[in-house]
Design a protein around this ligand. Structure first.
Ligand code: HEC
Ligand code: HEC
Ligand code: HEC
Ligand code: HEC
Ligand code: HEC
Length: 456
């Protein structure tokens, strides 16, 4: 699917440019870093203009994070509180800090309005990733979609995936590119100044079973349902819903990782050793979980046992012994010291690496390491990675919990429960950066219980 897009796209862009009154000799539209300042805000329509006819789509989009990619509290805090000051301290990061806007507020980036006014100024930067950006994208520049290398040709023509659609407000043209995963990949893959893929949702998808089967992002994040796209439009059997729901939708997270746990024997005596095995499955996502902003997400498994008298024991996960495993088992270790450097705090010891995750719990994560080898949540400051211990699509990981049964364990049933939790932002960073609690509040993803009996 991917090679086709970059081939037919320049031809389409040329057609649109001709339609928009551009001379054939004029340079083709710019993409990626080169597009900084290449347009004016006025070239693009506001989402409110589209909303007059496309009511339901507009209401859906308002509830999706992409319509808040510039204004959302944590986005504002990380951009103005870490990225912009870091670029001031070290010019190596200037391109990366400007580039935040290429994905989070493309009109501001195209208008060269960088850094844009604060969200409180209510400028056009607040439109974030909106209708007229996506619906003017003709294709992307290069072989791999990443770092906002989409090509946008604004104007009367709006691009969609259907043939012969008529609208009183605009000309519509069919562009199959909008229906591809590569379109999403232009912003959902990110390469940092060290040349590392610090965001790889599209790359993970492409390498996985959904990519191979051609089940695209749109199929899960914009599923088709019967409806009308515009108030005066015709009834469609398969209207693309603009849900774009991800980690900010508890319903999307709910059950996304499945878990089953079992004991190695159904009966035991106090003082013996019991091994329990839990299997964790990513059965619903078309990419790793967590994906995208994996540097700041925490997905973990918490296993407890309850004896016949109601006493609860926390069971730490067994070590497997692979390199870098220490990052995947919660402890009191400190990390994120680079935040202190950006903030100019002398001798900053760091913050709790795993926030509120109980020590001994397994964390399914990809550790991002700064140039000094310490874990970082500043993805643009990532010089290497630890082991990728996330859950890949349609794959499972088995974890064991070896428990030396206390001599005092009462006879009767022991119920062992494995729970899976997800937190969008490691809680220690959220507290330090004053990000509202909702962003670090753990969401319960799933749980499963099993039982065995203690013989008298
Ligand atoms: C992140 C990019 C993105 C944004 C933002 C976006 N759309 Fe779309 N839209 C798409 C894609 C992709 C499709 C086509 C999906 C497919 O067919 O696979 C689409 C389809 C549509 C369609 C045709 C639906 C159909 O099934 O016939 C309309 C109409 C539309 N969008 C209007 C809007 C409006 C209005 C807004 C803003 C309120 C908006 N879009 C915001 C990406 C976007
Ligand atoms: C005056 C009403 C009106 C306004 C304003 C309007 N549209 Fe439309 N649009 C329509 C109608 C009507 C259709 C056709 C719907 C149908 O027949 O299913 C349409 C269809 C579309 C399609 C589908 C094209 C395809 O190939 O499937 C897209 C995309 C789209 N509009 C985007 C936009 C965007 C982006 C804006 C704002 C910049 C916008 N529209 C503003 C009325 C409007
Ligand atoms: C088979 C269905 C499926 C496909 C295909 C799919 N996703 Fe997802 N996606 C999900 C589910 C389920 C979640 C919720 C789990 C999560 O947040 O990690 C999710 C979450 C996400 C998130 C939030 C990730 C996080 O942890 O912060 C992003 C961003 C995302 N998807 C983008 C994409 C893009 C881009 C593509 C295509 C390259 C894609 N998805 C393909 C099902 C899918
Ligand atoms: C112009 C850049 C851009 C394009 C194109 C784009 N995205 Fe996004 N997307 C973003 C940004 C930026 C965010 C982060 C929003 C935030 O700040 O929370 C995001 C977030 C998301 C999320 C996470 C929502 C959540 O609940 O946390 C999903 C899912 C998603 N996009 C799906 C898609 C899909 C599917 C496509 C292609 C049809 C797509 N995106 C195309 C920039 C883009
Ligand atoms: C290549 C496009 C791209 C670039 C460049 C980019 N981002 Fe993002 N950003 C995204 C996408 C896509 C997501 C959503 C990923 C997900 O849901 O897991 C995101 C998510 C985030 C989030 C988390 C949002 C949330 O609500 O959980 C923050 C904060 C953020 N970005 C800040 C930045 C900053 C600061 C920069 C610049 C240093 C930057 N981004 C550069 C595409 C980009």
């Amino acid at each position: 699917m991917s090679p086709r897009s970059s081939v037919f796209v320049p031809a389409l862009a040329a057609l649109l440019l001709a339609g928009a009154g551009f001379a054939a000799t004029q340079a083709p539209p710019k993409a990626g870093d080169a597009a900084l300042g290449a347009q004016k805000y006025d070239a693009y329509e506001r989402p409110a203009a589209c909303a007059t006819c496309h009511k339901d789509i507009a209401r859906q989009h308002e509830q999706a994070m992409m319509s808040q990619a510039y204004t959302h509290h944590w986005d504002e805090i990380e951009y103005f509180g870490l990225a912009v000051p870091h670029a001031k301290k070290d010019p190596k990061f200037k391109g990366a800090a400007d580039g935040c806007n290429g994905c989070h507020t493309p009109f501001a980036f195209l208008a060269g309005d960088v850094p844009p006014p604060l969200p409180s100024a209510n400028s056009r930067a607040n439109e974030s990733v909106s209708c007229d950006l996506c619906h003017t994208v003709t294709g992307f520049d290069g072989d791999t979609p990443f770092n906002f290398n989409w090509i946008s040709v604004p104007g009367k023509v709006k691009l969609g995936t259907r043939e012969g659609v008529v609208s009183p407000h605009h000309v519509t043209k069919k562009n199959d590119f909008l229906g591809t995963a590569e379109f999403c990949g232009t912003c959902h893959n990110e390469k940092d100044p060290f040349g590392l893929w610090v965001k790889g949702t599209h790359l993970e998808w492409k390498a996985g079973p959904h990519g191979k089967a051609g089940i695209v992002c749109q199929d899960c994040h914009m599923p088709p349902s019967a409806g009308r796209s515009a108030t005066m439009g015709s009834e469609l059997p398969d209207l693309r819903q603009h849900l774009f729901h991800g980690a900010h939708d508890p319903g999307k997270l709910s059950g996304v990782i499945e878990v089953r746990i079992h004991p190695e024997a159904r009966e035991a005596e106090p003082g013996e050793t019991m091994k329990l095995t839990a299997v964790f499955v990513n059965a619903k996502a078309g990419h790793s979980v967590p994906s995208g902003s994996a540097e700041e997400r925490v997905l973990w498994a918490h296993v407890t046992a309850r004896d016949a008298k109601g006493q609860v024991y926390h069971l730490p996960v067994d070590k497997k012994g692979f390199p870098g495993e220490e990052y995947t088992i919660a402890s009191d270790a400190l990390a994120y010291q680079d935040i202190g450097e950006v903030k100019g705090i002398a001798n900053f010891a760091g913050l709790k690496r795993d926030g509120e995750v109980p020590a001994g719990d397994r964390i399914f994560r990809l550790p991002y390491l700064d140039p000094q080898g310490r874990m970082t949540i500043m993805q643009w400051n990532t010089a290497s990675f630890g082991p990728d211990y996330r859950l890949a699509p349609l794959s499972a990981r088995a974890e064991t919990y070896t428990w030396r049964l206390p001599a005092t364990l009462p006879a009767g049933p022991v119920v062992v429960t494995a729970e899976v939790y997800y937190s969008r932002l490691v809680s220690s960073v959220a507290e330090f950066m004053k990000v509202p609690r909702e962003e670090s509040e753990p969401v319960k993803v799933n749980s499963h219980s099993t039982a065995f009996t203690i013989l008298p």
